[in-house]
Design a protein around this ligand. Structure first.
Ligand code: 8YV
Length: 327
């Protein structure tokens, strides 16, 4: 179906399964990074597609006059300037659905790790302290009796909510709009939600509208028994305010899978006993990452075969074949 003469650029690192398939199904061109300064006129004139797992800014998009589609590895595409892409007739796709349940599983694991201190209890056993000092101390927190708020009730938020329901806990949420057909209580503001619950799980996407949304005020509203879990994007949190809130007892504990400047985690968070930290592993199983890689390449294949990608992002849903050249 696909044409091996179609040049698809892979700037920076990408999942090996996606790289292998692109190599078989297209004319793959690798570039060390997504830097417009690396783009030669010859390259600029050839590239029609991109498969990316890195930051793609407007200048990099503009460097390729024949570019038609950017297939992003990941459901979150805040690193790709999709608004700009849409405005110049370039399609952007992401990888929803195939990672939903995996990320929701991880969110629950992280919540339990945070509340019941399971990683610390295991470290206690491995360090021989069970023998030398006795039982691991009782955890200050429990999941029992908690009221859970979800910030970002999209597909992953809903999958987490279903799991929380099965744990017997009430769920409410904050989204810009109410989600149809969902019986959970909606709050029109994040602050309102934080004030109504004691456990806040953020699944919110990155970008200007959520930048540092979880701030000192929100954490104060969550309160001294508060638990904050972030499985969405680090940019949605004021990390210094969070570290301060954990240190001074404004909230009880936090579980974080994502950070503002990954892979760098602020010392102020690393040094905290009441923060459970994971290295962005939400979707990181062999099975799910392979499915994401397949969806990246399936989007490219569908676009070049029919002009209809499988999972276009909202900002480029209007883009049709020929939109770029017509400009
Ligand atoms: C991945 C994610 O870690 O899909 C996302 O938005 O954050 C994760 O599934 C990400 O794609 C980077 O590999």
């Amino acid at each position: 179906m696909t044409d091996e003469e179609i040049a698809v650029l892979v700037p920076g690192a990408l999942h090996p399964h996606a790289v292998a398939r692109i190599g078989r199904e297209f004319r793959m061109i690798a570039l060390p990074s997504a830097d417009a300064a690396l783009v030669t006129p010859e390259l600029a004139g050839r590239v029609r597609g991109m498969a990316v797992g890195t930051t793609i800014d407007a200048s990099f998009i503009d460097a390729f006059p024949r570019l038609e589609i950017i297939a992003n590895f990941g459901v979150g595409y805040d690193a790709v300037d999709a608004k700009h892409a849409g405005s110049v007739g370039v399609m952007v796709t992401n990888t929803p659905d195939v990672l939903t349940e995996e990320v929701a599983d991880t969110a629950i694991g992280l919540l339990l790790n945070t509340v019941r201190e399971l990683p610390k209890a295991e470290a206690w056993l491995r360090a021989g302290k069970w023998v030398s000092q006795g039982n691991y101390p009782l955890t200050r927190a429990t999941l029992r009796g908690r009221r859970v708020g979800i910030f970002g009730m999209g597909r992953i938020g809903l999958a987490i909510a279903r799991r929380i329901e099965a744990f017997g806990l009430p769920v409410s949420y904050y989204n810009r709009r109410t989600v149809e057909g969902v019986g959970y209580t909606w709050y029109p503001s994040l602050l309102g939600l934080a004030g109504a619950v004691d456990t806040l799980i953020s699944v919110a996407p990155g970008g200007a509208s959520t930048e540092k949304a979880v701030n000192r005020q929100v954490l104060e509203a969550l309160g001294p028994n508060g638990v904050f879990v972030n499985i969405g994007r680090g940019s949605t949190v004021d990390e210094e305010a969070l570290a301060q809130a954990l240190a001074d007892g404004t909230i009880l504990a936090a579980g974080l899978d994502v950070f503002r400047n990954e892979p760098h985690v602020p010392e102020s968070l690393l040094s905290l006993e009441n923060a459970s930290l994971l290295p962005h592993v939400g979707s990181a199983s062999v099975q799910t990452r392979t499915a994401m890689a397949d969806l990246v390449v399936d989007n490219l294949a569908a676009w070049f075969a029919s002009g209809k990608p499988l999972t276009a992002v909202a900002e480029t849903a209007h883009v049709v074949v020929g939109a770029r050249s017509a400009r």
